[in-house]
Design a protein around this ligand. Structure first.
Ligand code: AHR
Length: 617
């Protein structure tokens, strides 16, 4: 029986509890939310990014009545950030290229308008006509013509109105005369994007995101933001730097993506801020503090942090500065003179290396001095690899951070067992941002366990200010991470069961939490059983949830984890970094949290004594 006291004032709820975490993972941007229909439009795909890529990925030669060659060259570049271009040499009219787009092909819908554009130059003194068609099989679904007039890089545009619908199309560009022609930034963009934005978002995907009524947008990712090299372009594994992602799209370099593919930056920081605004959500960017989280330990030396700190300050100026400031004027030139009104910034993602403690203060102090109203978010808790970032909360308090970003990818049993996780969190310290969480699976049971967890977030939303499921998007043919919230191909999408849980809670977000009581009926779950004893790692029940775990090693050292489900990825003892401490473990509850850093523990050297309460499995 459930009873709620409707007359009580209740505890006020965070009005930003429900948001989204967008990461460029699973082809979420190119081939996903970014409405561009042409894959590898700038011929920058490279085997360094992914062994299966070449400059001609997604492209092939077409010969219709003449013969020729098609190559990718790094000479005569469009500009110093867009190095490669396509060189098409033909013996006469009728040589060209076709692009397969994403998934089954280029999608066009009857009657809809599509904007074709290309940067091109030709050696032919009389110019070269280009015929552009969208085809599937032998059917043409729309066409246009442009005339490349000179041997100077120039942008040509044409509108195509589709005469039929297909989701298996290809874009074909044919040269109408003999000679050498170079092409770059070959683009086909639906006119009808979300909110009609130029260089905008695919409408159906953006609408499905908007239907979640997100109150914030964390972007541009987790590991995408903080893993890579510190070298400048043309290094191909560069850490995400927001400045590379703004300005005209043809001047944005592409980059290797942590998830193993080429990232065009067609959606960049301007587009993310604008998308957040279009959604009615607060923008929440995450930047690197030069540490390389996500299990890649390659920190930037302290004396090299200067430009990175400055980049972060410049980002805030880009978002909020007046049109007469250096970076505010860049925003204005891109079409948004009004400030975006940035309030939050995340420093780092799942940072488990000690250099984080060294680097973070440089960024935090600079932001506090220049922009005292910006809320700074540090990070802690469990990473997706299962490690506990043990000093995170202690450090956050020392640093007077506004919020701590915690991540949980665990079994459904863990989510059920952790409904009360935040009941005892310190109300006087930093707030909690559950920046990434998902029960590992996309079944109804997973969604149900998340719903249970969310009731705990709501009950504690005086301390849990923000929460977001992760990842948000997955292209069904390019999956690096599962489960995900919204699945799509080039033409369609569907929400997972978890999507509908998020939507239900967000749509029905209340203003306050009323006191309530629940009395289990006769068919309620069995009482938890206490277990104790010596266990080998192999004897952990992979289905069980262990509550209040306390682990003591044979040498007398006390090793602690809190609640976890064995075998669910939440605990990887041989590889994780674990806290070793002398006192009792009090779950992140302010001053009583006595954890300390002890580096990596090789658990194979220990015989473990376990005291736990088994609540499932
Ligand atoms: O959401 C997928 C990944 O999980 C994120 O990139 C990272 O922050 C976490 O490890």
């Amino acid at each position: 029986e459930l009873t709620a006291d409707g007359d009580a004032a209740g505890k006020p709820m965070s009005d930003r509890l429900y948001g989204i975490f967008y990461e460029d993972i699973n082809y979420a941007a190119d081939g996903g939310l970014y409405a561009e229909l042409v894959r590898n439009r700038s011929f920058e795909f490279n085997s360094v990014d992914n062994r299966s890529f070449t400059g001609l990925t997604a492209w092939s030669k077409v010969e219709r009545g003449a013969t020729g060659t098609v190559t990718v060259a790094g000479t005569e570049s469009l500009n110093d950030k867009n190095l490669n271009n396509l060189v098409l040499e033909s013996s006469g009219a009728g040589v060209g290229v076709s692009n397969t787009g994403y998934n089954a092909g280029v999608v066009v819908r009857e009657g809809a308008a599509y904007d074709f554009s290309v940067w091109a130059r030709t050696t032919s003194p009389t110019g070269t006509p280009l015929t552009v068609t969208v085809e599937s099989g032998s059917t043409v679904y729309g066409q246009a013509q442009v005339n490349v007039a000179s041997d100077t890089w120039t942008k040509y545009t044409a509108r195509i109105t589709a005469t039929g619908s297909t989701s298996t199309g290809r874009l074909v560009v044919m040269a109408g005369s003999a000679g050498t022609i170079r092409l770059d930034m070959v683009s086909l963009f639906p006119k009808d994007t979300y909110k009609g934005r130029k260089n905008g978002m695919r409408k159906d995907l953006a609408q499905s995101i908007a239907a979640l009524k997100p109150q914030f947008l964390r972007f541009p990712g987790g590991c995408v933001t903080n893993v890579g090299n510190y070298a400048p372009f043309p290094d191909r594994r560069r850490i995400y730097r927001w400045k590379e992602t703004v300005g005209p799209v043809e001047q944005r370099p592409t980059n290797f993506n942590f998830w193993g593919y080429n990232q065009t930056y067609g959606i960049g920081y301007f587009e993310y801020f604008q998308f957040a605004e279009d959604l009615g959500a607060e923008a929440l960017p995450v930047v690197s503090v030069g540490v390389n989280g996500c299990n890649e330990d390659r920190p930037l030396a302290e004396d090299q942090l200067g430009p990175w700190v400055q980049d972060t300050l410049d980002l805030i100026e880009f978002a909020n500065g007046g049109v007469n400031t250096e970076w505010g004027s860049v925003r204005a030139a891109m079409g948004h003179p009004q400030p975006f009104g940035l309030e939050y910034i995340g420093l780092g993602n799942e940072e488990i290396y000690p250099e984080f403690y060294r680097n973070y203060p440089h960024f935090a102090r600079a932001i506090e001095a220049a922009y005292p109203d910006i809320k700074i978010i540090t990070n802690s808790g469990q990473t997706s690899a299962g490690a506990i970032f043990d000093r995170g909360w202690e450090f956050a308090r020392e640093q007077n951070a506004d919020m701590v970003d915690e991540h949980y990818y665990n079994s459904p049993e863990w989510f059920l067992a952790n409904n009360r996780r935040y009941d005892n969190y310190d109300r006087n310290g930093p707030k909690v941002f559950v920046g990434e969480y998902a029960s590992r699976g996309n079944t109804f049971y997973n969604a149900l366990s998340e719903a249970s967890f969310i009731t705990g977030l709501e009950r504690n939303s005086d301390v849990v200010e923000l929460a977001s499921y992760a990842p948000l998007l997955a292209n069904v043919d390019h999956v690096q991470w599962s489960p995900d919230l919204i699945w799509f191909d080039n033409d369609q999408l569907y929400g997972s069961t978890s999507y509908y849980v998020q939507k239900m809670f967000s749509e029905n977000a209340g203003g306050s939490v009323l006191p309530s009581t629940y009395t289990p009926g006769p068919n309620g779950p069995p009482a938890p059983a206490d277990i104790a004893g010596s266990v080998g790692l192999a004897t952990w029940n992979t289905q069980a949830v262990y509550d209040d775990v306390k682990v003591t090693a044979a040498d007398g050292t006390t090793l602690f984890a809190d609640d976890f489900s064995a075998g669910a990825g939440a605990w990887s003892p041989q590889t994780g970094t674990w806290a070793v401490q002398d006192g009792a473990y009090a779950q992140s509850s302010g001053a009583t949290d006595a954890r300390s850093t002890a580096g990596s523990v090789d658990w194979s050297n220990y015989t473990l004594e376990l005291t736990a309460r088994k609540t499932g499995g």
